[in-house]
Design a protein around this ligand. Sequence first.
Ligand SMILES: [Zn+2]
Length: 298
Amino acid sequence: MPRALLAVLLTLAVAAGCAGRASAGGFSGGKLSVVTAFYPLQFLSERIGGDAVTVTNLTKPGAEPHDVELNPRQVAQVADAGLAVYLAGFQPAVDAAVEQEAKDRSFDVSSVVELLPYSGEESEDGSKDPHVWLDPVRFSTIAGALGERLAGADPAHAADYRARAKAMQNQLHDLDRAYAESLATCRRHEIVTSHTAFNYLATRYGLTQIGITGVSPEAEPSPRRLAKVAAQARATGTTTIFFETLVSPKVADTIAREVGARTAVLDPLEGLTDPRQDYFTVMRANLAALTTALGCTS
Ligand SMILES: [Zn+2]
């Protein structure tokens, strides 16, 4: 979205918000209003916030979050939030709205974990890889910090927030153990993925990510890139080309056909496509897909 248009929308949103604002001081109906930028942050906020918060997610279910745009109503929701939870550098429209409307009531989750540079060919511009939630250890650090931020925004429920954050950290610790134990027993360690979302996961568990399309899941890879990935897949004995749920599997299919591999889903959890699933069920499904693809024995 052009900057000028965004500025106009923000101004309209502020005007609209001031005219009929239902909430005061970041609370609505006695609950802390939490606005989250995309699914994994929504999940953490709902679990740790419990019934003391109402959570509004800015990336709609099934939508791809990288290029999310906000309408004036959503910008007003950011302005009304008691806490805005986001990841700076991932979604420019969210960054702009938080900067303008909620700078003093925001939690940038990238401020509490070390970010990695993008792996491979995407690293040229020096930007950091945002996909931290795919590392359960970093996600646990974020969970603990979020508990503290909620406690600060709503001191009356501080003990509850801290207790639920601790429970979440325990669950994430179990998930990390499951990943570490299973992925220590694999015959292969290379994962070919349609979008390079899995650098944190790969780094944590000793895998090598070979990305097809790069950082932006919608980008079309060049024939040269496709040929290179196919050669790497053959050289490493890859049996599975991974694609993700929110983007067409066409590119993964092309490579899979070329190298005689099958395709399978590895979900980067940027949005939830099935409301019966959650962060943990998808991460467990991802682990099952990885152990099958990599020939792991447990
Ligand atoms: Zn992504």
